[in-house]
Structures are given as C-alpha cells and as structure tokens.
Design a protein around this ligand. Structure first.
Ligand SMILES: [Mn+2]
Length: 269
C-alpha cells in the first residue's frame, strides 16, 4: 500500500488523515488526475522528514487511507467523499484530500458545515470553476466552486483566466471574495488546485495556464492563512502525472508536507 513518506501508523493514533480520491470522470482537457494521489504518495518517499521553513518534523501522526476508487458518477462520488470526511471529522481528526479533479472538494462542504460555525473555503486556482454547467455536468471540475458557493463563502486566490459568465456571477454574488484581505480568525478549509502554480513549477496538471504563482509565492500566502486563521482541512487537487516529468508529482508532495507542517506548528504552538 502507498502511504505518505512510507509511514505506516494506526488510524487511532493519528491526527492527520490523508484521503486519496482518484476521480477524473469530468476532466475536459488532459485526463489522468485519477493517477494523481498514487503519484504524489510515491513521490513523497523522496521527502525529508524535517522541514526547514517551519522547523517542524514529520511525525507518525499521519494516516494514509487506502486508494479506494470512488464511484464514477460525480454526484455519487461527492456522497462517497462526504461519508468519509464526516467520519474523519467525527473522530476529531484533520482531513486532507488528494485529487483527482477539483470536483472532489464539493464532498467536504456538508461535513464541515455540520461541524463548524460559519466556515469558509479558500481556493487557490488558475480558474474560478464558477460555470453553472459544463460538458453536460452540473457537478464537474468547471462548476465546483459555483456549487460550493451556493452553500458557503468562497475566497479566491491566483485566478488568471475566466469566462465572461463566470466574472458576471462573481461580481454579483455576496458569497464570493477575491484575495485574502479580511480573512482573519475564521475557520478556513483550503483547496489548492495545483494549476495555481506556474506550469514551469508544476507542469503536471489537467489545465496548465501560464503566468502562475512561484512555489515560494504560494507558500508565503499559505503561511499567512495558517497563522491568522484556524485551518480545518485542506485538499491538493488536479495532479495529472501521466507522461509528465517526475518533479510535478514531487512538487505536490513537498507542498503536502509543508502544509501539514504549517498545521502541526499551529497545533503544537
Ligand atoms: Mn484549475
């Protein structure tokens, strides 16, 4: 079985629970994100346990769930994710989802709304994913934040391409925010679509878009968010490792480690 940095630990002893969601049914450009969780976990074997940025060290409190395949139908996949995240939260653990396409994020919405008061979601992404329907799907990677915003506030960071329809919806909607000003003291779920990074940093995505963030740029914003808010879970999605250089999956693995270390530092400090 593929686990984060080859850590084998008991679920009961863990604080962090990694849930692989190998799902890419609605992917439109380059399919293969269903191989993302496996590629990230394999690449994570190359990681150092120590993290120079935070001074934290990876401990054995990180449990990786098996790479079970979710249902192929988007709505059923969302229910599958909801059920698993619900259980992770009920066990007082910190959920981390690995995609798979961005659609999987929709599965965390109902569980966190049930558990937390007025949570928000912060989305790092080159795209808004605010279409009402796409390719015949109302639940898809291109509509996911529209569906999320129907239930809770969404903060956007790093977007650089949009349809006119999406921008009109964005401007007229009280549940949608751009940038992280004003995001302080909140319960925040963080969703990272790897295409927020420049393709030179992480080419292994379904919809690469030039002009993205540097790795350091993303880390700096994340550090702020983890420092100023109570991060209640996160996901890393859209890793598409097929026929891409290894460093894409490895970059995603480094990001995963650093985000866990940021949260661990808050829990310990
Ligand atoms: Mn995207």
């Amino acid at each position: 079985m593929n686990t984060f940095i080859d850590i084998f630990t008991d679920y009961g002893d863990s604080k962090f629970v990694i849930l692989p969601v190998p799902f890419d049914t609605t992917t439109s450009l380059v399919p293969g994100t269903r191989f993302g969780p496996g590629a990230l976990l394999s690449a994570s074997r190359g990681l150092e346990y120590y993290d120079m940025d935070t001074g934290e060290r990876v401990t054995h409190r990180i449990y990786t769930m098996p790479e079970d395949e979710p249902p192929l139908e988007p709505e059923k996949m969302v229910g599958w994710v909801e059920n698993k995240v619900d259980n992770i939260l009920k066990d007082d653990k910190f959920p981390i989802l690995l995609g798979g396409e961005h659609t999987i994020t929709l599965g965390v919405v109902n569980p966190i709304l049930e558990r937390y008061r007025e949570p928000v979601i912060l989305v790092f992404d080159a795209h808004y994913d605010l279409r009402d329907a796409y390719g015949g799907f109302r639940v898809s990677h291109a509509t996911v934040m529209r569906r999320v915003s129907e239930k809770m506030p969404v903060y956007f960071y790093g977007q650089r391409v949009a349809s006119q329809e999406e921008l009109i919806y964005l401007r007229g909607n009280k549940n949608l925010f751009t940038g992280i000003d004003g995001l302080k003291g909140r319960k925040v779920y963080v969703s990272v679509d790897l295409d927020v990074l420049d393709p030179s940093v992480c080419p292994s995505v379904s919809n690469p878009e030039p002009g993205g963030l540097s790795f350091e740029g993303l880390l700096n914003v994340l550090k702020n968010v983890f420092d100023l808010n109570d991060v209640i879970g996160f996901d890393i999605v859209e890793l598409q490792p097929v026929n891409n250089p290894f460093y894409g999956a490895y970059t995603a693995a480094v990001l995963l480690k650093k985000m866990i270390m940021m949260k661990q530092g808050r829990l310990n400090g």
